[in-house]
Design a protein. Structure first.
Lengths: 185, 185
DNA sequence: AAACTCATGTAAGCTGTTACATGATTAC
DNA sequence: GTAATCATGTAACAGCTTACATGAGTTT
C-alpha cells in the first residue's frame, strides 16, 4: 500500500465508476468511522493511480457539469485483491481522548469523575444511534459487506457505552455510599 | 490543548516526577492502545511546557547517569484539570485496516472472505490476551483509573472478537450450505 | 571488551487537514 | 437573481514517525 488512501479509492471504484467528489461523499457516509479520507488525499491519489495504470478515466460529463469519472483497470483490481489478501498485520490505530481523560481521572474529584464518564457514555450512545439509522435496503447484487461493517460499529459503540455505564454505576454507588457513611458517623 | 502530546505529558507528570524516557516507556505500556506518543513529540514538548511554566525541572541525576526529571507546577496542574473538565467533544479517531478490508470483502470469493474475517478475529483475540496480562496489583494510594482503562480495552476487543466470530459462523454456514446444495442437486 | 540498557535529542520526511480559489449548474 | 450544491483542485501548514547521532553506565 503506497499511502493510506490508496485502498479506499481502489475499493470505491470497484463496484462502479465514480468521481473524486463521489468518493469523498461516499467515504463520509461509510468508511469514515474507521478510515477517513480528505480531498487533499483523494484528488492527488486519483492522478497517481492513473499514472500507475491502476485506474482510468471513463467519461467527463454528467448533465452539463465538468466531471471526471474513474474506473478500476484489471491491474487495479488485482492490486486491490492483493491488498485484501495480504499477510502483513492490518494497521489498527485508535485515538480516544475520552479514554485518555479517564486514564488521568484520578486528578479530579468524584463528582467530576462521574461527569467525565457520563459524557463519554453519552458520546458512544449518540454515535450508536447515528449508526443505527444508516439502513440502506439490502438488494441482491449490491455488495453486502459494507452493511456488515456498520453492524461492527454498532457492536463496538454498544460495548463501550455499556462499559462506561458500568463504571458510572460504580462511581454513583461510591459517592452515595460515601455520603451515607458520613451521615451515619 | 496545544498539541496531541500535551495532555499525556502533563498527566504522566502528575503522580510523580519523570524523565522524557520514563514517559515514553510508560506510555508504551499503558496509553499506547488509545493514545500513542513518540520521542519526537515528547522531548520538544517538555521544552515547550517548561517555557510555558506548566512543568519544571526537578533533578539532573540518577545513579551517575545524565537525567532530566520534570514535575507539574500548580499552573500545569490547573491546565490538566481544565483539559479534563473541558466541554469540547473529545476527539475520537479510529484507523482500522481490518475493518476496511471487510468493507471491500465483496471483491474476493467466499473462502478468502472467511480467511479475512478469521484473521481479524485472531488479531483482536491476541490483543485481548495481551491486555489481560497487564495486571499491576492495586495498591491504596496508587491511581485506580489507569487499570480501569485496561478493562475498557478488554471490553472493546472482546466485543470485536465476538462480533467477528459471529460473521465467521455465518460465512462458514453459507459455504457448507452451498456445498450441500451442490452435492444434493 | 562487547553488548545491552538508559537517556537525550534532532532532522528529514511523510501523511493528512484546512482553508481557500474557482466556476458551473440547479433550486428557490 | 441568489443561494445552495456539484465539482475540482492546491498551497500552506500541522502533526507525527523514523532513523540517526551521541554518550554514559551496566551487565555478561
Amino acid at each position: 500500500m503506497l499511502t493510506g488512501v490508496t485502498p479506499v479509492v481502489l475499493g470505491m471504484l470497484r463496484s462502479k465508476p465514480r468521481s473524486g467528489y463521489d468518493i469523498k461523499t461516499f467515504v463520509d457516509r461509510s468508511t469514515r468511522f474507521f478510515w477517513a479520507a480528505s480531498y487533499g488525499q483523494i484528488y492527488p491519489e486519483l492522478r497517481r493511480l492513473t499514472k500507475a495504470g491502476l485506474i482510468e478515466t471513463v467519461s467527463r460529463a454528467r448533465g452539463g457539469r465538468r466531471r471526471a469519472e474513474y474506473r478500476l483497470t484489471s491491474k487495479g483490481e488485482e492490486t486491490l485483491r492483493e491488498w485484501l489478501l495480504a499477510d502483513e498485520p492490518a494497521l489498527h490505530e485508535l485515538r480516544d481522548e475520552g479514554m485518555l481523560k479517564l486514564f488521568f481521572a484520578d486528578a479530579v474529584g468524584p463528582d467530576d469523575q462521574l461527569a467525565l464518564v457520563r459524557k463519554a457514555r453519552l458520546r458512544h450512545e449518540t454515535t450508536l444511534e447515528r449508526l443505527k439509522t444508516v439502513n440502506p435496503p439490502p438488494r441482491p447484487g449490491r455488495p453486502r459487506f459494507p452493511l456488515l461493517t456498520r453492524d461492527a460499529g454498532v457492536a463496538m459503540h454498544d460495548a463501550m457505552a455499556k462499559w462506561y455505564a458500568g463504571v458510572e454505576q460504580m462511581l454513583v454507588a461510591e459517592i452515595e455510599g460515601g455520603d451515607d457513611v458520613r451521615v451515619a458517623s
